[in-house]
Design a protein around this ligand. Structure first.
Ligand SMILES: O=c1ccn([C@@H]2O[C@H](COP(=O)(O)O)[C@@H](O)[C@H]2O)c(=O)[nH]1
Length: 243
C-alpha cells in the first residue's frame, strides 16, 4: 500500500493490554488510530505518545464542547501531544471554533482541527427530542458551512451527508466519516450508516471504523477486506492535498 491510509481505526478498548493486543496486529502504514474518551480517560497522554512512537498517526477524538477560552486551551494541550488530528463540536458555535483554530496558529506542525456536526448515532427522532427538529442532513449542512466559515480543516459527519456537503462547500473541507459498516457487520448503535465503498464514492476523505475491525476475530483480515472493497477508488482532493 503506497498511498496514505484512509482508514482510521477507532481504538475503543477497556484496557491498555487490550489496546496493545490490537495495535500489535495493525500496521501504521495501512491505518491511522483514533483514541477516544474511554482510552484517553483510562490511560492519558502517555498512551497517545506510545502509539505515536509505534508509528501510528493519532486522531485524538475528545470532541471538545465548552466556552471558547476553555476549548482553545484544551486544543492547545491536545496539540502539544503532537497528534495528527483533534476535534471540537461544531454546535459549540463560531466563536468557539475560531478561538480553537487561532490557538493553534504558529505551531510548526499543528494538528488538523475538525468539528463534529451531528453524531452518527442520532436520527431525526433523536434530534427532535433534543429540540432540533428536521432532517439531520440539513443540520449537518448548516454546521458544515459554519465550520468552513470558521476556517477549520474539516468535519465529522455520516457518509450519508458527504455528497451533500461536498456539493455545497467544495473539495477543501476534509470529511471524516464514522457510521461506516461493511455489509456483513452489525450496525449496533449507529443510525446513519453506509458501507466503506459507498462512503468514499459519496466523497468521504477518511473512514472511521471501530467494531467491524476491533471486534473481528482477525482485525488485520477485517482491515484487509475493507481495503479490497475500496481499492481503486480515487482519493478526493482534500485528502490528497493535506495528509
Ligand atoms: O458522529 C460520530 C462521531 C464519532 N464517532 C466515533 O467513531 C467511532 C465509531 O466506532 P464504531 O465501532 O465503528 O461504531 C467511535 O469511537 C465513536 O465514538 C461516531 O461513531 N460518530
Amino acid at each position: 500500500m503506497t498511498e496514505e491510509p484512509r482508514i482510521i481505526v477507532a481504538l475503543d478498548c477497556p484496557s491498555e493490554a487490550e489496546a496493545l493486543r490490537l495495535t500489535a496486529q495493525l500496521d501504521p502504514a495501512r491505518c491511522r488510530l483514533k483514541v477516544g474518551k474511554e482510552l484517553f480517560t483510562r490511560l492519558g497522554p502517555v498512551f497517545v505518545e506510545r502509539l505515536q512512537r509505534d508509528g501510528f498517526a493519532v486522531f485524538l477524538d475528545l470532541k471538545f464542547h465548552d466556552i471558547p477560552n476553555t476549548v482553545a486551551a484544551a486544543c492547545a494541550a491536545a496539540a502539544d501531544l503532537g497528534v495528527w488530528m483533534i476535534n471540537v463540536h461544531a454546535s459549540g458555535g463560531r466563536a468557539m471554533m475560531v478561538a480553537a483554530r487561532e490557538r493553534l496558529v504558529g505551531r510548526s506542525r499543528p494538528p488538523r482541527l475538525i468539528a463534529v456536526t451531528v453524531l452518527t448515532s442520532l436520527d431525526e427522532t433523536d434530534l427532535s427530542e433534543i429540540g432540533c427538529p428536521g432532517d439531520p442532513a440539513q443540520r449537518v449542512l448548516q454546521l458544515a458551512r459554519l465550520t468552513n466559515e470558521a476556517g477549520l480543516d474539516g468535519i465529522v459527519c455520516s457518509p450519508r451527508e458527504a455528497a451533500l456537503v461536498r456539493a455545497a462547500v467544495g473539495p477543501g473541507l476534509c470529511l471524516v466519516t464514522p457510521g461506516v459498516r461493511p455489509a456483513t457487520t452489525a450496525v449496533g448503535d449507529q443510525k446513519r450508516v453506509m458501507t466503506p465503498r459507498e462512503a468514499l464514492v459519496a466523497g468521504a476523505d477518511y473512514l472511521v471504523i471501530g467494531r467491524p475491525i476491533t471486534a473481528a476475530p482477525d482485525p488485520m483480515a477485517a482491515l484487509a477486506a475493507i481495503e479490497s472493497e475500496i481499492e481503486g477508488l480515487d482519493r478526493p482532493p482534500a485528502a490528497r492535498e493535506k495528509n
